[in-house]
Design a binder for this molecule. Structure first.
Ligand code: ATP
Ligand code: MG
Length: 414
């Protein structure tokens, strides 16, 4: 029989892949909590409208990447492709406006029907933050600085760069889109098919085209920064000054657009060049119009989302620090001693694994397999003097120690 497989573009998480995800989520919750963000968990299933109304029908996600289903009553439901729309929906459904300003954090699986490849899955996981109800550039600076801190905390300091751009307010965006469209219409016959399709509905997205010929055409296209009206310019300048003050380095990329309708002013991406072509590890921006699109009162917002699988590609297994210690005993009657030593170690938060079967050679092999940093060997001869053997598995050296000194000795090699 053919071996049963997971659905294309989905993965089982266990061992290193699970540990990396756990590590990333733990670092994120600890850090983001310190900035006063509270976790929110919204359903994976939402009515399709939640996404069409917010992301826009012409966005890549809505036009081609969603997994949808129809209920027996004829309601259209989608597996969420991203987190912000659901948070905005929850904000409106639960009347959370009374708690503004609101700082929220979420994590969980997202679903997109894309061609699976390295760093691109159909079920993937995101961590994200949303800062609702503050329309000042200070909020953008805070949100970007949290992202920056988070990536440093994961040990990725040398592995990414930050790109920023401003999409301006609605007025600036409309006048830019108008001129961009006019420019591209003149080049219509040379544009790629994908870009042609976007020309009327989502022309800004053409700036993001990966087609060589499109890129050549775009090198002469009008530039966003020339179209920012003065409040938009001021907002962007203040953002950059704030990032300078915090010592956060960035590159201005005038072609950086986010593919979703709800963005304005700030757009940013943290990009790595070490994981191939799917290099964006964290992305976000300001979305002042979103809550209103969802049927709430006008409420500003800014946030980001990071892709856990892409971050995992950058994280070295060794930083997951396996601090397991193994306990081995040489005869059955020593089991109670092994148990009591294990409890002592666990009470100090040291992961402890008792190995029950096999001869010493096999037991040591197993200790190495579970990647223990040390093994304690409980043997009858040593116990007579209240001693045990402590073996450092990083170099296989071992010594006989007093049981009373166990914790002290273990800490030396931890
Ligand atoms: P891309 O341009 O790579 O398609 P995107 O603009 O669609 O990215 P966002 O919607 O901004 O991505 O999602 C935020 C982050 O989530 C991305 O930067 C990425 O790290 C991750 N991500 C998005 N789509 C996928 C996917 N299909 N598989 C794995 N991670 C993803
Ligand atoms: Mg995408």
């Amino acid at each position: 029989m053919k071996k049963i497989q997971p659905v294309r573009g989905t993965h089982d998480l266990f061992g290193d892949s699970y540990n990396k995800k756990f590590f990333i989520e733990k670092e994120a919750s600890n850090l983001i909590g310190l900035y006063g963000y509270n976790e929110i968990e919204t359903p994976i299933l939402e009515y399709l409208d939640v996404f069409t109304n917010s992301l826009g029908v012409a966005s890549d996600i809505v036009s081609k990447e969603m997994f949808t289903l129809t209920t027996s009553k004829g309601n259209q439901i989608a597996l969420r492709p991203e987190g912000t729309a659901g948070v905005a929906r929850a904000f409106v459904s639960n009347g959370l406006a009374q708690f503004l300003p609101l700082k929220l954090f979420y994590k969980g699986p997202m679903f997109r029907r894309e061609r699976p490849q390295k760093g691109r899955l159909r079920q993937f996981h995101q961590i994200g933050i949303e800062y609702l109800g503050d329309n000042s550039f200070f909020a953008d600076i805070e949100v970007i600085s949290i992202a920056n801190k988070f990536l440093h905390k994961l040990g990725l300091s040398e592995k990414f760069k930050l790109e920023i751009n401003s999409l301006g307010d609605l007025e600036s965006r409309e006048s830019y889109t108008h001129d961009l469209k006019r420019f591209l219409k003149e080049k219509k016959k040379d544009l790629s098919n994908d870009s042609l399709m976007r020309l009327d509905k989502n022309p800004l997205r053409i700036l993001d085209s990966k087609d060589k010929n499109d890129i050549k055409i775009l090198s002469d296209a009008p530039v966003f920064s020339d179209y920012l009206n003065s409040p938009s310019k001021e907002f962007y300048t203040n953002l950059k000054l704030g990032l300078d003050d915090l010592g956060i380095e960035y590159i201005e990329n005038p072609k950086l657009v986010r593919g979703l309708d709800y963005y304005c002013h700030t757009a940013f991406e943290f990009i790595s060049n070490q994981i191939g072509s799917q290099g964006t590890i964290l992305a976000g921006g300001r979305y002042d119009g979103l809550i209103q699109r969802m049927g709430g009162n006008s409420t500003s917002g800014v946030g980001w989302a990071a892709g856990i699988e892409r971050l995992s590609l950058l994280i070295k297994t060794r930083i997951l620090q396996n601090k397991t210690i193994s306990i081995i005993f040489t005869s059955n009657k020593l089991l109670p001693k092994a148990f009591s030593l294990a409890e002592q170690l666990r009470s100090l938060d040291i992961k402890t694994d008792i190995i029950f079967s096999g001869n010493i050679k096999k037991q040591l092999k197993r200790a190495n397999k579970v990647k223990s940093f040390a093994a304690i060997i409980v043997g009858e001869d040593e116990l007579i003097n209240n001693n045990i053997i402590l073996k450092d598995l990083s170099d296989s050296s071992q010594k006989e120690i007093k049981i009373d000194n166990l914790i002290e000795e273990v800490k030396k090699i931890l």
